[in-house]
Design a binder for this molecule. Structure first.
Ligand code: HAM
Length: 444
């Protein structure tokens, strides 16, 4: 081949990247065939229970301005300092892939004037989030959350309603997790506590044991010292002063009311004085859904949230109390009871099997007819063998299969097979719809 020809080939053949085959970006996860029923089960159950309680589904964009997170999640938070995917847009604006949903939801609340809607506004949000975290089981760089938020309700009933909803959801999913609660106080009482906390950690014997990150936290965000996962820091946190002892009277009363309501509702919780959450906007009640984990040293958090009464105002909105929580889908899926998913699966009513081109065409028409009559019909028109079609029908746990071959097509009939007993009978093709509707009404 000539050199000229080689050049021509270069021009018409798109260049292929060489090297190892395409692979996933580190920390990202695919949802593979067979996995979706469990996701759908969680989403449907969450949607149903949230709708019953007056939550409305909303959505926000994946991209937001970088500064939104700096001003809300916190300039010194791990999310902003270490984990955010951000880049300069061609216009020079710094954007970020959302690492959490709350700031975007609050921005939308302010920007669209949701304070004009009847309050409280209750929202349900579902979508992917991006954190450049260290990947491990249950921790990914793209994960999905369900967020439930209530805007405009200052009283303790807002967090009680949210915790009650968590309790209902976990019950629906067969997950036995613990609900940890704490109060972070408010701008009046928290500074006194922080002073005491800093004093404790500045004592030489304590300071020396702190990990390098916590030494920085001592200056920038001392509350986060209580949340460090390093064993030495965890041990030190056990002996630290407790925020609950420093709460002002209104914050104390608020917490007492939340706990009283939960007691009355029979919801079990664990008061955890070390629970501080990793985001800057919380005040008063914070809570986390935790699952004791055998392998990890720390319990795995399935979800978390709390009150954030100052966030809307700090982002330029009217002062509006707010409260919310988020559940991590991938972590819920680790503990979801598979039987619950199985039971929730709708079993198809009928499987349509065919043998040959003519019957295939007829069953395509019949498929549409039965579907329009309200039946759930499955088929495998691409398969030729009856054995493999019936195997699929068995797998789908279908009660009836309708089989049509050349003979049936000529006679104007169809075979009805009861998939459980294996018994078969011949039906008039013209009457098959009404017969199936009658039979299935009996078995449902
Ligand atoms: P968060 O605690 O950062 O809270 O995240 C909520 C949940 O998302 C966690 O408890 C965990 O289940 C899941 N999650 C977080 N990071 C990852 C990850 N890298 N991989 C897998 N799952 C993860 C928030 O995001 C707050 N915005 C919640 C909130 C809503 N507060 C008020 N409203």
């Amino acid at each position: 081949m000539t050199k000229k020809h080689d050049k021509l080939v270069d021009l018409v053949t798109p260049s292929r990247p060489t090297g190892p085959i395409a692979h996933r970006v580190k920390g990202m996860k695919d949802i593979q065939p067979g996995a979706y029923p469990a996701w759908e089960f969680l989403l449907q159950s969450a949607g149903r229970l949230a709708r019953l309680r007056g939550f409305e589904r909303i959505d926000t964009p994946v991209l937001e301005s970088y500064s939104l997170y700096e001003r809300s999640s916190g300039r010194t938070s791990d999310i902003v300092t270490k984990e955010m995917y951000s880049f300069l847009d061609k216009s020079g604006e710094r954007l970020a892939l959302r690492p959490e949903a709350t700031p975007g939801i609050v921005r939308a609340y302010i920007e669209h004037g949701w304070f004009n809607l009847p309050q409280p506004v209750k929202t349900l949000w579902y979508g992917p989030l991006f954190r450049r975290d260290k990947p491990q089981l249950g921790r990914y760089r793209q994960h999905y959350q369900l967020n439930f938020d209530i805007f405009g309700e200052p009283g303790p009933l807002a967090e009680v309603e949210l915790i009650f909803l968590i309790h209902e959801l976990l019950n629906d999913w067969g997950i036995e997790a613990q609900i940890d609660i704490n109060s972070l106080g408010c701008v009046d009482c928290r500074p006194n506590y922080i002073n005491e906390l800093v004093k404790y950690y500045k004592e030489k014997k304590h300071r020396e044991q702190l990990c390098p990150d916590c030494r920085k936290r001592l200056i920038k965000n001392p509350l986060r010292l209580l949340d460090c996962k390093e064993p030495a820091c965890e041990a030190l946190a056990q002996g630290a002063p407790q925020l609950i002892d420093f709460l002002c009277e209104p914050c104390k009363q608020h917490l007492v009311k939340v706990l009283e309501f939960l007691d009355n509702l029979g919801i079990q919780y664990n008061l955890n004085s070390q629970l501080v959450r990793g985001l800057d906007y919380y005040n008063r009640t914070v809570f986390e859904v935790v699952m004791p984990s055998e392998s990890a040293q720390r319990p795995l958090a399935l979800g978390g949230g709390g009150r954030y009464d100052q966030l809307i105002e700090s982002l330029g909105g009217r002062p509006t109390p707010a409260c919310g929580f988020a559940l991590g889908m991938e972590r819920l899926l680790l503990y979801l009871d598979p039987n619950k998913v199985e039971v929730s699966q709708t079993r198809p009513d009928v499987f349509l099997a065919q043998l040959g081109d003519g019957p295939r065409l007829k069953s395509l028409q019949l498929f549409e007819e039965l579907r329009q009559a309200g039946l759930t019909v499955h088929q495998a028109f691409t398969k030729n063998s009856l054995k493999s079609q019936l195997a699929l029908a068995n797998q789908l746990k279908v009660k009836y299969a309708l089989i049509i071959g050349q003979k049936e097509l000529l006679d104007g009939t169809i075979l009805l097979r009861d998939m459980e007993s294996g018994s078969q009978e011949v039906l008039d093709l013209k009457r098959v719809k009404s017969i199936m509707l009658k039979r299935l009404a009996k078995t449902k």
